[in-house]
Ligand binder design. Structure first.
Ligand code: PEP
Ligand code: MG
Length: 748
């Protein structure tokens, strides 16, 4: 029986291939295909429904239903039996369609006279493209062999759809990859960009889904799987001792040696598919299961299988990660996810980045921010929708992506870019002027950095220095702990590039969201409140000492400024400062040149430090308020949690009052204080901080222009009065009043 079905399905596929070989328009091809399928399967009806857009299926060709219904009959995902096949991505096989749950009568098709219904999803790599249906008058359930045969045909149809076989004069369907698409994601990094898609992992194109020499195809598959096994074994020997990585590779090895996987693919080949199409069919099934599974363990295993299938496809098609495609001159990187090191490899060449996954706090986002490249994360299924070279516009202000935008959208977007460019030109004109408010007060604006790539901005942005150099980025983007000599060389280059301007090096701030790939991860119930930053530094002082040595050697006689992160109490600062003193003595003993001066400060990121004894404020040489962390602890609202992270306004009166108390305590002891959280780069927030007495702000380089421009138009005494009045009136936030004031300044 199996043999008979295999021969039948091979014959059908052979005929399909012949049908495809002609140079008919898309519609004619589809008509021919429905005719072939209906005849081969002995059914009166065969219909092909394809997605018009993400939600709507359209009858694109039929044998047996009314011709007039073609391109007229449409249904939403989930609607009727066809819509249900698409939604569930699974087969519906029923002898009595009109009585089946979900059946929807569509008079224009004349289908009520057909009793049995078999619908299978047309999908490619788990992405629903349409539904293939056969129907007949006799009430019967289709056999397992028939279902399988139709699934194989659907698989080939999916490949043909992907290859654009049904696009053309007859308007069978508009090309899936030609329609404009709007995707809403989350802002990862502000800024707007227009360019062309560059897929981090190019789609594998299978141009030969049907093959008529199963022996040859099985041989090709076996050879490719052998090659895959060898490469997995090689990865195993090269892998570091990391347990998790080993586990993943073990799973790979298990799949690569799995008899079930191989057997299913060989069966698919016997029924007429090429080796590539057989791999894809299995991959599609795994992806469909992945999207429906709620079991995280199973999802992970299926995703391993997905990765492995990709590798196998690349071996079979000879399309490595280098597919020969050329990167466009204005590339916008599109990826499911990307690691920080890979992103750094692309560097500033990218005009924008769009990720399907990722998170605002991910390392990739940190790098994108450091490079000031607009980034949108959680952008739907962009890796399925986009093709290399597609026109794309990224709105990092709103978290919106326009793929293949139509002319109206494109011109509106360009207006937005032009407005930004005009604003940039305005900022450039005040580059050399101080951030002096109308009342005469001057605010020092510094920049945050973390990569060598940031340093050129020091000149271009008008920053007075680097107020926060996040040293952990250098640790995060490597696969192993950097050596002291490497770090020292890098810090020296940073100081060289700064050309005498002050650089505040923050010692390693790891833990919480920043997990080093080569350190054992700690399974902590609440990592943001866990073993992180200075807590790690003091408990395991080896790394901290190594970093301090690297900094001292990098300074090589120049002034050095160091700041410890996440200090929660005076004793922690004292202990860290002691490490610094000891390291200085050791370095002197070893004959290294000591810095001309050493300033040691702390970040104020926990509310507790605001209430430290006066002695702490006297001893610490400067403080920098890490508003990102301080705010999350003040309001008990996780900065990584989308549901709560925007719930409390930075300009909330309670928070401003708290900041003001810190400023006052620093004033009593004349301790220099600055603010270096993200809020410092938001003009209205920066204005309020300056008004309550913060006279040094450190921010992303791109924010310096907008902040300076606003400060220069405002009077800090007036803003201070507005804040005090709002407080007296018992307002929750001062934002509305300050924004009104700012608008009035724009008009004058
Ligand atoms: C902060 O917490 O405000 C800060 C600047 O540090 P990070 O964002 O690196 O935690
Ligand atoms: Mg912090």
């Amino acid at each position: 029986m199996v043999d008979r079905t295999e021969t039948e399905s091979r014959k059908l596929l052979g005929r399909l291939r012949d049908a495809m070989a002609g140079d008919e328009a898309g519609q004619e091809r589809l008509n021919k295909i429905t005719h072939l399928i209906a005849t081969s399967m002995g059914c009166e009806v065969c219909s092909i429904y394809l997605f018009r857009d993400a939600e709507t299926l359209e009858l694109c060709a039929t044998e047996g239903l009314n011709e007039e219904a073609v391109h007229e009959t449409r249904m939403k995902m989930g609607e009727g039996l066809v819509g249900r096949v698409a939604r569930r991505r699974s087969v519906i096989n029923t002898p009595d369609a009109p009585q089946s749950p979900g059946f929807r009568y569509m008079p224009e098709t004349g289908e009520e006279i057909y009793s049995s219904f078999l619908g299978v999803p047309v999908q490619r790599l788990g992405e629903a493209l349409g539904v293939l249906v056969v129907q007949s008058k006799i009430a019967r359930e289709f056999s397992a062999d028939e279902v399988y045969a139709l699934e194989v045909v659907a698989m080939v149809l999916a490949e043909m759809t992907e290859l654009g076989a049904f696009v053309g004069e007859g308007a069978a369907m508009s090309a899936r990859h030609q329609q404009p698409i709007l995707l809403r994601g989350t802002v990862g990094q502000e800024g707007v960009a227009e360019g062309h898609v560059w897929l981090h992992e190019a789609r594998v194109v299978v141009s030969n889904p049907i093959a008529d020499d199963p022996e040859r195809e099985t041989e090709r598959l076996t050879e490719a799987v052998d090659e895959l096994r060898v490469s997995v074994d090689q990865m195993m020997t090269m892998a570091s001792a990391d347990k998790e990585q080993k586990q993943v590779l073990e799973t790979y090895r298990m799949f690569a040696n799995s008899k079930g996987w191989m057997r299913r693919m060989v069966e698919d080949i016997q029924s007429g598919l090429s080796a590539e199409a057989a791999v894809e069919k299995e991959q599609s099934l795994a992806r469909a299961r992945m999207s429906q599974s709620t079991d995280s363990y199973l999802r992970e295993r299926l995703s391993d299988l997905d990765d492995l299938s990709n590798r196998l496809l690349r071996i079979l098609t000879g399309q490595g990660s280098d597919t020969g495609a050329e990167m466009p001159p204005d590339p916008i990187l599109v990826a499911r996810n990307i690691g920080p090191a890979e992103l750094l490899d692309y560097g500033r060449n990218l005009k924008g980045i769009v990720l399907e996954q990722g998170s605002v706090g991910s390392h990739a986002a940190i790098v994108a921010r450091a490079l000031a490249i607009p980034l949108v994360v959680h952008a739907g299924r962009i890796t399925n929708d986009a093709l290399n070279g597609d026109h794309i516009m990224v709105d990092g202000e709103q978290g919106i992506v326009h793929l293949r935008p139509d002319d109206t959208v494109a011109s509106a977007f360009r207006d937005k870019i032009a407005m930004q460019a005009a604003a940039q030109a305005r900022y450039a004109s005040i580059l050399d002027l101080p951030a002096q408010a109308k009342c005469g007060s001057v605010v020092a604006l510094h920049m945050n950095a973390g990569l060598m790539a940031d340093l050129p901005s020091l000149q271009g942005s008008g920053a007075e220095g680097v107020g926060l150099f996040r040293t952990e980025l250098q640790f995060l983007v490597r696969n192993q702990m950097p050596k002291r000599s490497e770090l020292s060389a890098l810090y020296a280059r940073v100081l060289d590039a700064a050309g005498g301007k002050r650089v505040v090096f923050r010692t390693l701030d790891i833990g919480s969201d920043k997990v080093l790939p080569y350190m054992k991860p700690n399974d902590e119930p609440n990592p943001a409140l866990g073993w992180r930053a200075i807590r790690v530094g003091l408990d395991k002082p080896g790394v901290m000492r190594m970093q301090l040595q690297a900094l001292i050697r990098a300074a090589n006689g120049r002034p050095l400024t160091v700041m410890f992160p996440f200090v929660a109490q005076f004793e922690e600062f004292r202990a860290a400062k002691l490490e610094m003193d000891k390291t200085l003595s050791r370095e002197a003993r070893l004959g290294h040149v000591l810095p001309a001066s050493v300033e040691v400060g702390a970040m104020l990121e926990t509310p507790s430090l605001a209430f430290a004894p006066r002695k702490f404020f006297e001893e610490v040489e400067f403080l920098s308020i890490g508003g990102n962390d301080l705010k999350q602890f003040f309001f008990a609202a996780d900065r990584e949690n989308e549901r709560v992270r925007r719930r409390y306004d930075t300009l909330n009166v309670s928070f401003l009052t708290f900041l003001e108390n810190i400023v006052d305590r620093c004033a009593e002891t004349q301790t220099p204080v600055s603010f270096c959280g993200e809020d410092a780069g938001r003009p209205v927030e920066a204005l309020c901080f300056a008004a309550i007495g913060l006279r040094t702000l450190s921010m992303r380089p791109a924010s310096i222009g907008p902040v300076k421009s606003l400060l220069r138009r405002c009077d800090l005494n007036e803003v201070r009065d507005i804040i005090n009045n709002a407080r007296d009136r018992g307002e929750m936030s001062v934002r509305a009043d300050v924004v009104d004031y700012v608008k009035a300044q724009h008009q004058t």
